[in-house]
Unconditional design. Structure first.
Length: 319
């Protein structure tokens, strides 16, 4: 029997470089240029060897991980070290060649960020850093190709971030995904308060009609899926500034975040929960790295719209 590893998932930001300038991104725009720091190759390979002892899955994120010059080598190294691999991508690189490499790789889960199938609406929220327009149509075509060619063991999801600007885009996106066998993950997001323009996108500023539209669209997406319905309920609770009573946070215990500088955190958004540099962490008597855990996050008391998609929900007891 394979040894049970203590960490289910490590989200690893291998670069801050990104071709997009999404208005709600947690990375500052000046950090997303082409010369942004990337994890050096040798350090990345040593990191994978360390993670392999304690982690079941690596989720490559960023920035845009496909811009890392050694991305495919890192994927292969994870596979050799018996770790599952997932990819969170903006989809800009989803051309024919990349699709073939993805399908031939050991990647088991791919999540593509896309906020609307309407090019104007999508690129309003997710403009290219270069100012170039018109990438959405190609992304939709390539995503359709990826869905058509995928093997049965590959899970493909669309991650749709919701602001006040695209409330009416949930149902068309759901139809697009359903017709292509894609999973849709809806993420109502907390927009940073850095400008008056962004304040107008905040879900917290919705009127009653907008809130009803969001609730209807999300419950339509949830259908009869009980976990999705609990997720929608959690979103609406957070909009009312209430902590969902049945929610648990996976971060800090079964999932951790590793940044581009090699620093491990208990959570994406809690920079006060710095666990230290992974390559400098001590090893135990078994020779495996000893990573501190922060189990106090499990109660989800600090949950907000930025991280609601990472919550899981306790099953209600059967009467």
């Amino acid at each position: 029997m394979a040894r049970r590893k203590p960490i289910e998932r490590c989200y690893w930001s291998v670069t801050r470089n990104c071709q997009l300038a999404c208005v709600y991104c947690v990375n500052r725009i000046e950090e997303r240029h082409v010369d942004s720091p990337m994890v050096p190759r040798d350090e990345a390979l040593r990191t994978i060897e360390r993670l392999a002892d304690v982690c079941n899955e690596v989720v490559f994120t960023g920035g845009e991980p496909l811009t890392h010059p050694y991305f495919w080598e890192l994927v292969a190294s994870c596979a050799r070290n018996s770790m599952d691999v997932a990819l969170l991508t903006n989809g800009i690189h989803l051309n024919g060649k990349t699709i073939e490499r993805l399908l031939a790789s050991r990647i088991s889960r791919i999540s593509v960020s896309l906020d609307s199938i309407d090019p104007h609406r999508n690129e309003m929220l997710r403009p290219m850093s270069s100012g170039k327009k018109g990438y959405t149509e190609g992304l939709l075509r390539n995503l359709t190709t990826l869905a058509r060619k995928k093997a049965s063991g590959l899970s493909i999801s669309v991650l749709q971030t919701i602001t006040r600007n695209n409330l009416n885009c949930v149902e068309p996106m759901h139809a697009f995904c359903r017709s292509r066998g894609l999973n849709l993950i809806i993420h109502p997001v907390g927009v940073p308060l850095v400008s008056t323009t962004l304040q107008t996108l905040r879900l917290e500023a919705m009127g009653e009609g907008e809130r009803m539209a969001l609730s209807k669209a999300m419950y339509g997406w949830a259908g009869q899926h009980s976990a999705r319905k609990r997720y929608v309920s959690a979103v609406l609770s957070l909009l009312d500034r209430c902590t969902p009573s049945d929610a648990e946070c996976v971060m800090g215990d079964s999932a951790l975040f590793l940044d581009v500088d090699g620093v491990m955190y208990a959570c994406f958004h809690r920079l006060d929960l710095r666990l230290g540099k992974l390559l400098q962490m001590p090893t135990g008597e078994n020779g495996h790295v000893t990573i501190p855990r922060v189990r106090t996050l499990r109660c989800a008391e600090c949950a907000n719209l930025k991280c609601v998609c990472l919550l899981r929900f306790r099953r209600k007891p059967t009467p």
